[in-house]
Design a protein around this ligand. Structure first.
Ligand SMILES: Nc1ncnc2c1ncn2[C@@H]1O[C@H](COP(=O)(O)OP(=O)(O)OP(=O)(O)O)[C@@H](O)[C@H]1O
Length: 522
């Protein structure tokens, strides 16, 4: 991929769209904190930032899905209220989401007609003709009569782009459009973006991949914890070498100066003193349509926390489920305390001390309609202590539940309350109680604080630390780099179903992990 020159021909004195000091809050978080951003004709404006940095919220405000709490959005220099997706389209702002929003059983033309303005409905031939015109103009070839389901993901995105253009979009927002594409598909989309801006459009391109940002972007803005922490202008982007730009972007995204608003708290972790290996995973491979795993090796010692950092959706979930016994392995070995467990069922792994705190608290983690008490025993159904002759022993089950509810501070009206009635924080406490109690030896936490409030985040992190301090081997999977840095002894980075690097959690860890996550270091 080559670095583009800036197509100055379309530069006017006015951006098509300007966001001015836009702020958007959700309960407990400022998702966008006074962000200003200009979208110029002729430019691919890349938005970079970790998971949770505020990118989706920002483009949600451009596309009419969210409205700002304060600040202004100007289109052609005039302030506008974009309160519905239809209004965004009227103003010439089209959005293509990561997952194509087309109906697979309908043809391309039928999809384009769907939900379009009145002119587009009855006249399929007219649409096909207009589509052919737009496609020719931007160098895209799509069969208008093909069922969308028969097209590749890249082709489906092209259809969405064509649809947006047919509706008069002058600004195209591409939300992680390359995330699901093959390298070739990404190249093609990049080339298409460049052709679009050469015709005077403005493109907003969200990606997690730095090489794409450099190859396709004319301007790069970096978001971090809701704030815009830097912008690399077209002049600088052309003047600087890719290495210098990369270093600057990584520093902006992950650097410690930019991280001063981070959530890290509590005392510095003492360097890990070393312990006997408890969980040993080697050559793990798992089939999966979205992200297959390959060659995953990981050893965790007693008392150690190994963080697994990475952009969401790079195989972390598949890994956790495979180790916990919820997915079959294609290949590989998992040993717990020196004994193989890969062939054992979930309940048996649990009994041997392997525990898994899922991020899907109300889905795979619990049964919402069951009482708290039974949820605390979900992986021990049939255990002699609590079942006799196939019947529940209600006394011991309730006693066990009361003890854990008190110990883990689960706020519930009673142990018979259906767990689905509790708040997210309390469901998480119940899950922690179930997985950390008894003879636990190794525990995998998947995004343990995701969606929790500040108090519950602290409580969960304290539990994780305590688990390691009492000698458990801990794997902490998190897309929140601050969390991984706060808690881990070593940090592995997962990308596309592989562990692409392992670093000690020392002073240089943040940047090193950032480089590995952005795909600029191996
Ligand atoms: N509807 C919502 N309700 C509550 N909080 C939200 C909502 N949408 C986003 N947030 C929070 O706002 C912050 C910014 O989230 P946002 O989705 O904009 O980030 P992002 O950069 O797009 O992340 P990702 O790369 O994971 O998509 C996060 O802390 C997120 O949890």
């Amino acid at each position: 991929m080559t670095q583009p020159g800036h197509p100055a021909a379309f530069r006017t004195d006015e951006p098509i769209v300007s966001l001015f000091e836009v702020t958007k809050r959700f309960p407990g978080v400022v998702a966008n904190d006074s962000v200003s951003l200009d979208l110029w004709p002729g430019e691919v404006h890349v938005l970079l930032g970790e998971n949770g940095a505020g990118k989706s919220t920002l483009i949600g405000m451009l596309s009419g899905i969210q409205t700002p709490d304060s600040g202004a959005i100007l289109v052609d220099g005039r302030e506008q209220v974009i309160d519905t997706p239809a209004r965004a389209l009227e103003l010439g702002i089209g959005t293509v989401f990561q997952h194509a929003m087309l109906v697979p059983s309908l043809t391309v033309v039928e999809n384009i007609a769907l939900g379009g303005p009145a002119w587009s409905r009855p006249d399929k031939r007219g649409i096909a003709a207009r589509m052919a015109e737009v496609c020719a103009g931007i160098g895209v070839r799509v069969d208008p009569h093909a069922p969308v389901g028969s097209l590749s993901l890249g082709e489906q995105q092209q259809v969405e782009i064509v649809r947006a253009l047919m509706r008069g979009s002058r600004v195209l927002v591409l939300d992680e459009a390359t995330a699901m594409l093959t390298p070739k598909g990404s190249e093609e989309l990049g080339a298409l973006m460049r052709r679009l801006v050469a015709r005077g459009l403005a493109v907003v391109f969200i990606t997690h991949k730095l090489n794409e940002a450099l190859a396709f972007g004319h301007r790069i803005s970096v978001l971090r914890l809701g704030r815009k922490v830097g912008e690399i202008t077209p002049d600088r982007l052309t003047a600087l070498t890719p290495q210098v730009v990369t270093a600057e972007v990584v520093r902006l995204m992950f650097g410690s100066d930019a991280a001063s608003a981070g959530t890290a708290s509590g005392p510095e972790r003492q360097p890990f003193a070393g312990g006997a290996p408890v969980l040993e995973i080697s050559g793990l491979a798992v089939d999966d349509e979205a992200v297959p795993l390959a060659d995953v090796d990981l050893t965790v010692a007693a008392g150690e926390i190994v963080g697994i950092a990475g952009i969401d959706g790079n195989g972390q979930k598949q890994f956790a489920e495979a180790v916990a016994g919820q997915r079959p392995l294609r290949q590989g070995r998992i040993d717990l305390d020196g004994r193989p467990i890969a062939a054992l069922a979930i309940g048996e792994r649990h009994r041997r001390g392997l525990r898994y705190v899922t991020d899907d608290r109300l889905g795979e983690g619990t049964v919402a309609a069951f009482p708290v008490s039974l949820n605390l025993l979900l992986k021990r159904v049939g255990d002699d202590l609590f079942w006799a002759g196939g019947l529940e022993r209600s006394g011991p089950i309730a006693d066990h539940a009361r003890r854990l509810v008190a110990e883990y501070d689960v706020r519930t009206p009673g142990v018979e309350t259906p767990i689905g009635k509790l708040s997210g924080g309390n469901i998480q406490k119940a899950l922690l109680a179930r997985e950390l109690s008894g003879e636990a030896r190794a525990v995998i936490f998947a995004k343990p604080t995701y969606g929790l409030d500040v108090q519950n985040i602290r409580a969960s992190r304290r539990r994780i630390r305590e688990a390691a301090d009492r000698g458990l081997a801990v794997i902490l999977i998190s897309t929140d780099l601050e969390e991984v840095l706060e808690l881990s002894d070593r940090i592995a980075v997962m990308s596309q179903g592989r562990i692409v690097g392992m670093v000690a959690n020392d002073r240089s860890a943040r940047l090193r992990v950032g480089e590995l996550m952005s795909g600029v270091a191996t």
